[in-house]
Design a protein around this ligand. Structure first.
Ligand code: 3H9
Length: 687
């Protein structure tokens, strides 16, 4: 962390340097304040240029410090000092200027940017608002309407758009620092203070429009941003004070805590305990995908989209043709939707090779099998692949339930076997569970994680267990859902309660989409393996009717148009009859009970998974649920919620459920007592 000052004639160049993005930590703000003060006191300095080292101008306030420190006031003071500087200050924005970083630039008297730079106020994505003057200065500079659009979307704009809106004064495709120094030397620059500008004429209308467009959500940040803009008057100080109060209120909200946890967690899961960050990786450019079904095809598209070459081996000609056809159609749709150019689609297709024999895999760097979920099939396929690939090629299995260590035993060198559990559709879903077998080599694991990053996935390492992290937890969640059905709830009530709480899709709709037959097959296996852990057979009755969900036009719901669920009286009768058959008087079940049981089932199993070392940290569990299971980002994940409840209360609430019907399912995870005894939050295990 430092600010370097260099002299260029009568101009001082202040270069911020702090980590990857020059984040405004409290120490960095102090260093900036000191450098700025020194420049202001320097009698030979007539102008100041502010820039950042590395790729970024500044990524904003330090997100990791929000929970611990009071950087906000120091940042506001620094920004005030910048704007009030009697010497002109020019922001030389060579890379992204985001959040507090853009707020710094807004307080400068001139702004020049490189044409590749991005400028934005993404605080809303963290459940916050621009709290260092952004809501007061940006609308003055570019108009309330455009400013609200930027702040409510949180999406950075290009330098070109920034110039068109008046956010920056100039753009260059050359050296922006040199351009700023030349500008400073060329003339006596006026002190244009953004805060002195009058409120924009579109203010009232823009606020009304924004309010009308507001959608209900778990975060209060969008509404608070509009409120702040509404407060703009010629009195800047009053507006800034209002903004500071609104920022402080959001900072302690559940949604902001959760969204910041998600931002930091997405990056933390890439750090694998015990694996050095600079471990040499195996080069992956060509990937063999075995199996041309839905999963194999999705994986192939994800790989092609990320610039890799794919050789698909599918023993059946017609299945291979179908896969190829799907890939072509998906890319064509991306062209139609304007996501990629026709040339790019051609280039992606040109990297695809289809084959019906394993020999085609000889040159690949990695093989991913995506064949039928059966041990004998998977092991045979990997053995066949091993016989033709190079000895350093990685062998990956896409199994979702089978024991990866048994799969690895089937090949000569188990150290090169890793699990890559994609979620369907693999080219869309962001989650990738990277399964570390007992013998997986460290560089194989690290290479798999790097591949996940290249594919744009959030990759989370899981140890070997049935269902890995996500499906193992989801099974306990579903167990409660099916019990709730037989006890008195109807599918639409369960779905509505959980969707209202924050799940993207309720469990009944989800399973209708995934295919009820998949859950049915797992339950049949479980009935044999775990006869002491029964589940409600009510769902099997539905499956026995051949109602597998959307794909059969009917599942728990009816799908008249193939996609939209509507409650089906036939199913309601079936559920009621089932309760009567097992002699269970149905009772009114509250939405609170539905959420309590489903959420605590996830938390309890998640904590068991952390306790067993299957997941490295609670945050890994949370990222699995955010990116693979539609858990609301504003709720942070099941184990973020566990900390909101706290270990002692969690123990009490689980104990209460354990005294109820099917109490056997509520054996508390040992970690709950451990952390309750220590008086420590589960999040301390993330460190
Ligand atoms: C704010 O400014 C509030 C103010 O209005 C008011 C205050 C009063 N803080 O993403 P990457 C780390 S709120 C701390 O992998 P990329 C990140 O964790 C802030 N750390 O790189 C990672 O660490 P590690 C508003 C940060 O190239 C490393 O930098 N700003 C911050 O894919 C590299 O990050 C935002 O919301 C930060 N602000 O993307 C911007 N930013 O290597 C948030 C990054 O240890 N940041 N790190 O894992 C981003 O959107 C992306 O990081 C960025 C770079 C686009 C900048």
């Amino acid at each position: 962390m430092s600010v370097t000052t260099t002299r260029h004639g009568a101009t001082l160049l202040l270069t911020m340097e702090n980590g990857a993005v020059n984040a405004l930590s409290s120490a960095h703000i102090k260093a900036l304040h000191e450098a700025l003060t020194a420049a202001l006191n320097d009698p030979d300095c007539r102008a100041i240029v502010l820039t950042g080292a590395g790729k970024f101008f500044c990524g904003g306030a330090d997100i990791a410090e929000f929970d611990t420190g009071g950087t906000a006031d120091d940042l506001r003071d620094l920004i005030e000092q910048l704007e009030q500087s009697p010497k002109p200050v020019i922001a030389a924005i060579h890379g992204a200027a985001l959040g507090g970083g853009l707020e710094l630039a807004l307080a400068c008297h001139h702004r020049l940017a490189h044409q590749a730079a991005k400028l934005g106020l993404p605080e809303v994505t963290l459940g916050l608002l621009p709290g260092a003057g952004g809501t007061q200065r940006l609308p003055r500079l570019i108009g309330a309407g455009p400013a609200l659009a930027m702040m409510l979307l949180g999406k950075p704009v290009s330098a070109k758009l920034a110039q068109a809106s008046g956010l920056i004064d100039g753009m260059t495709d050359g050296d922006v620092v040199a351009a700023a120094l030349a500008l400073a030397a060329s003339a006596a620059l006026p002190l244009r203070r953004t805060g002195d500008l009058p409120p924009s004429s579109d203010l009232t209308q823009a606020v009304a429009d924004a309010r009308e467009g507001l959608r209900p959500g778990l975060s209060h940040a969008p509404a608070a941003i509009i409120d702040c803009v509404e407060q703009i008057t010629p009195d800047l100080a009053a507006g800034l004070a209002y903004e500071a109060g609104a920022f402080a209120a959001l900072l302690v909200s559940e949604a902001s805590g959760a969204l910041r946890h998600a931002f930091l967690g997405e990056r933390q899961v890439a750090r694998i305990p015990g694996l050095p960050r600079d471990l040499p990786l195996r080069a992956i450019e060509t990937v063999g995908v075995i199996g041309g079904g839905t999963m194999g095809t999705g994986i192939a598209i994800a790989l092609l989209n990320a610039g890799l070459a794919v050789t698909m081996v599918e023993l059946k000609d017609d299945a291979l043709a179908r896969a190829q056809n799907t890939i072509g159609k998906t890319l064509a749709r991306d062209v139609d939707k304007g996501r990629i150019s026709a040339d790019e689609a051609d280039a992606r297709l040109a990297r695809f090779t289809g084959a019906t024999a394993y020999a085609a895999l000889a040159p690949v760097d990695l093989v991913i099998e995506a064949v039928f979920e059966e041990m004998a099939v998977k092991t045979a396929v990997l053995q066949a692949a091993e016989a033709v690939v190079r000895p350093d090629a990685i062998l990956a299995s896409n199994t979702s339930t089978l024991d990866l260590d048994l799969i690895a035993q089937a090949v000569a060198d188990p150290s090169r076997v890793v699990g890559l559990h994609f979620f369907s559709p693999a080219n869309i879903m962001r989650l990738l569970e990277v399964v570390r077998g007992a013998k997986t080599a460290p560089d194989v694991l690290a290479t798999a994680m790097a591949l996940g990053k290249r594919l744009g996935k959030v990759s989370v390492v899981s140890g070997v267990c049935d269902g890995f992290i996500g499906n193992r937890m989801f099974e306990e969640y579903l167990r409660q859902v099916w019990f709730l059905l037989e006890e008195g709830a109807l599918p639409q009530q369960i779905d509505a309660a959980l969707e209202q709480w924050g799940f993207a899709m309720g469990p009944c709709r989800t399973m209708d989409l995934v295919g009820q037959d998949i859950g049915w097959a797992i339950r049949q296996r479980r009935a044999v393996e775990q006869p002491d852990r029964p589940y409600s057979r009510v769902i099997d009755r539905i499956c026995a009717l051949g109602r597998f969900g959307q794909k059969t036009g009917k599942g728990i719901y009816r799908y008249a148009d193939g996609r939209t669920p509507s409650p089906d009286p036939e199913i309601e009768n079936l559920i009621l009859a089932y309760s009567a058959e097992i002699g269970l008087p149905r009772r009114a079940i509250s939405d609170e009970e539905i959420v309590e049981r489903c959420l605590l089932a996830l938390i309890n199993e998640g904590l068991r998974i952390v306790g067993e070392g299957i997941a490295y940290r609670p945050v890994d569990v949370d990222m699995v649920f955010l990116h693979g299971y539609g858990f609301a980002r504003e709720r942070g994940g099941p184990l973020f919620q566990a900390d909101r409840i706290g270990a002692p209360d969690l123990a009490r609430r689980i104990a209460a459920l354990a005294t109820g019907r099917n109490g056997w399912a509520w054996e508390p995870a040992p970690l709950i007592d451990t952390m309750a005894a220590k008086g420590a939050a589960f999040s301390t295990l993330n460190a």
